[in-house]
Design a binder for this molecule. Structure first.
Ligand SMILES: Nc1ncnc2c1ncn2[C@@H]1O[C@H](COP(=O)(O)OP(=O)(O)O)[C@@H](O)[C@H]1O
Ligand SMILES: [Mg+2]
Length: 335
């Protein structure tokens, strides 16, 4: 029997209501995150990564509306929870760290007070033990306990983001959503923080939804990766498999857009053109106007994710038939 995933997102669809028609920012997106696993969601800016994550946490505000799907956490549908259930659920079960979170710290409270506040509010801890635990949490993320008395402006950007991670971990959530958690920081600090998160994950056993537009961070950090294009999953596979043998032309284009992780920096090829206007997405495959490999058939149908190898799925009519020729058993993703 396979273990139930911690989080299972099924056919999630989200639209923004605008005066000029609805924009479907997330279209039928499905993925699973197992216990202790890091799932990466990658794609260019505007591909729907943040919208998908915020929808899954029910943090989206109008004009965004969730028009379809389920988000099951340990089997319970987050999208069907009452407000009270949600209040208990957020932070305790899923905590969020976003890109500019470090700027959302309260400037007039010390970091110790801010961490202790979370513990007092959510766990009902008394002030002294809350401060004691805040000190432990700071050490956990690599900050000296003496910094308990520091105000946010007395810390570097990297340290502030570490404080935010300490706050996210305060209630020991089994799942962390990290939306571009290090994008605002310089490359060296980024690496240090991601290394620390990886160590904490191994030590504490939580799972992560890791969102970035930077594929070079994904390979080292993620177990599985989904590539989002114009709100739809183009490809989804174990990270090593995806980077070792990318199938979708968009994934290959993205991989050429970034310098190699360990190799010498080479010229960035990029992908010609820009993502579509989502109010009027192209017919057929959303990527075909930018795709070097596109043929007339790509304009006809929206490709579905089909199996290309073990746990490897891609949504491209160009790669599907050649990968597993004449396989009547070829599975459709989650069909
Ligand atoms: N408030 C909004 N109103 C209308 N459309 C929006 C709004 N916010 C985001 N969108 C649309 O949703 C798409 C996905 O945005 P987002 O989830 O922020 O992408 P990402 O996180 O991948 O950069 C964007 O391309 C944009 O068209
Ligand atoms: Mg985003």
């Amino acid at each position: 029997m396979t273990q139930e995933p911690l989080l299972s997102v099924k056919n999630l669809t989200v639209e923004y209501v605008t005066p000029r028609g609805n924009v479907r920012a997330v279209d039928n997106v499905s993925f699973e995150i197992g216990r202790g696993e890091v799932f990466g969601l990658a794609g260019e800016s505007g591909s729907g990564k943040s919208t998908a994550a915020m929808a899954a946490m029910r943090l989206l505000q109008p004009p965004a509306i969730i028009t379809g799907g389920e988000v099951l956490f340990e089997g319970q549908d987050i999208l069907a929870m009452t407000d009270e259930e949600l209040r208990f659920f957020r932070w305790k079960k899923i905590a969020l760290v976003f890109q500019s979170a470090m700027n959302a710290l309260n400037p007039v409270l010390t970091v110790g007070e801010q961490i202790a506040d979370v513990l007092r509010t959510h766990e009902g801890m008394a002030p002294a033990p809350a401060l004691e635990r805040a000190s432990e949490l700071l050490q956990l993320v690599g900050i000296e306990p003496s910094r308990l008395k520091s105000f946010p402006h007395q810390l570097s950007g990297g340290m502030r983001q570490r404080v935010v991670i300490a706050i996210a971990l305060a209630l020991k959530p089994p799942l962390l959503f990290m939306d571009e958690p290090t994008t605002a920081l310089d490359v060296v600090v980024q690496k240090e923080i991601l290394q620390q998160i990886a160590e904490l994950k191994d030590q504490l056993g939580f799972s992560i939804l890791f969102i970035t537009h930077d594929l070079s961070l994904m390979l080292e950090f993620c177990d599985k990766v989904g590539i989002l294009y114009a709100g739809r999953l183009a490809e989804i596979a174990p990270a090593k498999q995806l980077f070792g043998d990318p199938q979708h032309p968009y994934t290959r284009g993205l991989m050429h857009s970034f310098p190699e992780l360990h190799g010498s920096r080479h010229r960035m090829e990029g992908i010609p053109g820009s993502p579509p206007d989502m109010r009027q997405p192209p017919k057929g495959c959303r990527f075909h106007p930018r795709c070097k490999e596109a043929g007339p058939e790509c304009e006809l149908h929206l490709p579905r994710l089909v199996e290309l190898g073990a746990n490897h799925y891609g949504a491209c009519v160009k790669v599907t038939p050649s990968q597993i020729p004449k396989n009547p058993q070829q599975k459709e993703y989650r069909s």
